[in-house]
Design a protein around this ligand. Structure first.
Ligand code: FAD
Length: 462
């Protein structure tokens, strides 16, 4: 194999029509412009070895459909190899050959030799065998989002005989699936790889007969008589007596090169979760608000040194916290500083390229880890047209917080909302998407279980 690949390297002008599919694959694989994703098996065992995936995505960096396909595969935790045809003439020829003389990207080649050209997400999902449709349109209980909160709720209700559907747009497991290792989950004394935990949750939900629908984006929640309805981007509508919204949130990113590559491999968003991995090490914190300052103080309990990188020329954190930060001997603060690029080796972050936004001077900061505290976006865009009340950041308001501020929702004139119930009776919210939630796996699962028990009681009344 090696001999064949080095021969190919030295004979770039060899006619491609004579190269077999596997030869071209090997050729492309040896180019530097490849990105490999850990196979499921490796992720399950927590090993860091990266083996060759069986899907190859041929595209170019400027191509929006290539980015969409990359995102789809990434979100579904499906390993693939990325080949930029603009940096690889052999791969480009291969794509042209596959598409009857046309240079069309993305072209996605599968392990069995078959390929799809410019596939929609639905076509890609069907090819990958994801369950993207279901005959039944009504369930007593429908859960939106298949993360720890949603799957825990679903397995509770299904176990009690309540037919339950979970609708998920990406891979089951939610954000937890992206955690390299979850160390703070009760019952796992040695920690657990996020992907392993997510697979277990899904298997457990399946064991209790939860109906799982994947690769379906929820676009609307609305009420119709006594029913609660959900529309998907694929054009399907599902009705239910009760709904749980457990669509989580997304930590804001900086958008700097290298960032997506090192999330979970040196880039983190939670000091409580991942701080203990950095005992005695040098790390960076990005952000200038209260959470960045508070979490930096927490991180000094573990790290040898914490460098806080603040984009502006001062903190936005409260004065007391700022004073504590500036007094701490383990903390160095760099104002007017932005991360230009995340750099690393062997699939692990090891330094940041920084730029001073006043002087333009740039330098590199060696770090073992970087914690980003630049805010969170709740996944509630699909609620914009609904009467479900959101707080000013877009998180869902529930329970007695709905009536606390004197602005009682019209549907609660005659009764109080129960905990986790939203301003639309019969629609509940749990986990990271809920205003006031604590953004942890254990608490998301706990809220999911609580929501399931509340839904059970609610269903007895309707
Ligand atoms: C890299 C990383 C590491 C972490 N490590 C830890 C840790 O070690 N310990 C810990 O306690 N916590 C950790 N967390 C936080 C933890 O993962 C979250 O608190 C937890 O997953 C929240 O669960 P959830 O079910 O509320 O939401 P999520 O996990 O966010 O799940 C929500 C699900 O809803 C789906 N969804 C969203 N919008 C739609 C839509 N419109 N249509 C269909 N589906 C939709 C999403 O795809 C997702 O699967 C980590 C988070 C990250 C990102």
């Amino acid at each position: 194999m090696m001999k064949m690949s080095s021969q190919l390297h030295h004979a770039p002008s060899a006619p491609l029509c004579h190269l077999s599919y596997s030869q071209v694959q090997i050729r492309a694989y040896n180019k530097v412009n490849k990105e490999c994703y850990p196979t499921l098996k490796n992720r399950l065992t927590g090993a860091t070895i990266v083996s060759q995936p069986s899907i190859t995505l041929y595209g170019a960096h400027w191509c929006p459909d290539c980015r969409r396909s990359k995102q789809f595969l990434g979100e579904h935790q499906i390993p693939y190899e990325w080949v930029d045809i603009e940096q690889d003439a052999v791969a480009e020829q291969f794509v042209i050959e596959k598409n009857d003389g046309k240079r069309i990207i993305p072209t996605i080649v599968f392990g069995d030799g078959s390929h799809l050209t410019e596939p929609s997400n639905a076509e890609l999902a069907a090819k990958l065998g994801l369950k993207t449709s279901i005959e039944r349109r009504h369930f007593p209980f429908v859960v939106l989002g298949g993360g720890p909160a949603g799957l825990t709720a679903a397995l509770y209700t299904a176990r009690e005989g309540i037919d339950t559907l979970v609708i998920e747009r990406a891979a089951f497991g939610g954000q937890a699936a992206g955690a390299e290792k979850i160390d703070n989950l009760p019952g796992f004394p040695d920690g657990v790889a996020g992907i392993d935990f997510s697979n277990r949750l899904r298997q457990q939900a399946e064991r209790f007969g939860v109906a799982l629908l994947q690769a379906q984006d929820i676009v609307r929640v609305h009420g119709h008589d006594n029913y609660r309805c959900v529309d998907t981007a694929g054009g399907d509508e599902f009705s239910a007596q009760a709904i749980l919204i457990a669509t989580g949130s997304r930590y804001k990113r900086l958008g700097a090169p290298g960032e997506e590559k090192y999330v979970g491999a040196g880039i983190h968003f939670c000091a409580t979760c991942d701080g203990p991995f950095y005992k005695g090490k040098e790390i960076a914190v990005v952000g200038g608000g209260n959470s960045a300052a508070e979490e930096s103080l927490l991180l000094t309990k573990f790290a040898g040194k914490v460098t806080i990188l603040v984009r502006g020329d001062s903190f936005k954190a409260s004065q007391v916290i700022q004073d504590n930060v500036l007094r701490d001997p383990k903390i160095e603060v760099r104002f007017n500083t932005e991360v230009q690029e995340f750099l690393g080796a062997k699939a692990k972050l090891n330094r940041l390229r920084l730029v001073n936004n006043q002087t333009g001077a740039s330098d590199e900061l060696p770090v073992e880890g970087a914690f980003l505290f630049v805010g969170q976006d709740p996944n509630t865009g699909f609620l914009r047209q609904s009467p479900i009340r959101l707080d000013r950041w877009g998180f869902i308001v529930t329970g007695h917080d709905l009536v606390h501020d004197g602005d009682r929702p019209p549907d609660y004139e005659r009764r109080e909302p129960v905990a986790l119930e939203t301003s639309m009776p019969g629609v509940f919210a749990a986990g990271d998407v809920r205003a006031g939630s604590t953004k942890q796996v254990a608490s998301a699962a706990g809220e999911g279980a609580t929501a399931a028990l509340l839904v059970r009681e609610y269903l007895k009344r309707v």
